[in-house]
Design a protein around this ligand. Structure first.
Ligand SMILES: [Zn+2]
Length: 97
């Protein structure tokens, strides 16, 4: 955690967030809680917390993120398949009884 939390333009303590974009994977940044156009008086305060990634670190991180997302997708599909098998077996047992 940061030792010093910056105060944004509107006087609030900035919030620490993490970016998961392809350009800045895993990079933390401070942003006002009123950042964005959905607020009537938005605050544009934005400041990076982490130093920039080296090109190699960025490539490694993106590769790992891609693997994690692929495995999560496979796990979801597997869970759906097992749930379907469970429903079919339950229905078959119910019809047989
Ligand atoms: Zn602000």
């Amino acid at each position: 955690m940061p030792e010093v939390i910056p105060v944004c333009h509107c006087g609030n303590l900035a919030k620490l967030n993490t970016s998961w974009s392809n350009d800045n994977p895993g990079m933390r940044f401070f942003r006002c809680k009123k950042f964005g156009s959905r607020f009537r008086k938005p605050c544009q305060f934005f400041s990076w917390f982490d130093p920039p990634l080296t090109p190699h670190s960025r490539i490694v991180l993106l590769g790992l993120l891609k693997k994690v997302r692929t495995l999560e997708g496979a796990r979801k599909r597997e869970r759906r398949t097992w749930l379907l098998v469970l429903v079919i077996v339950t229905v078959l047992l119910f019809l047989k009884a």
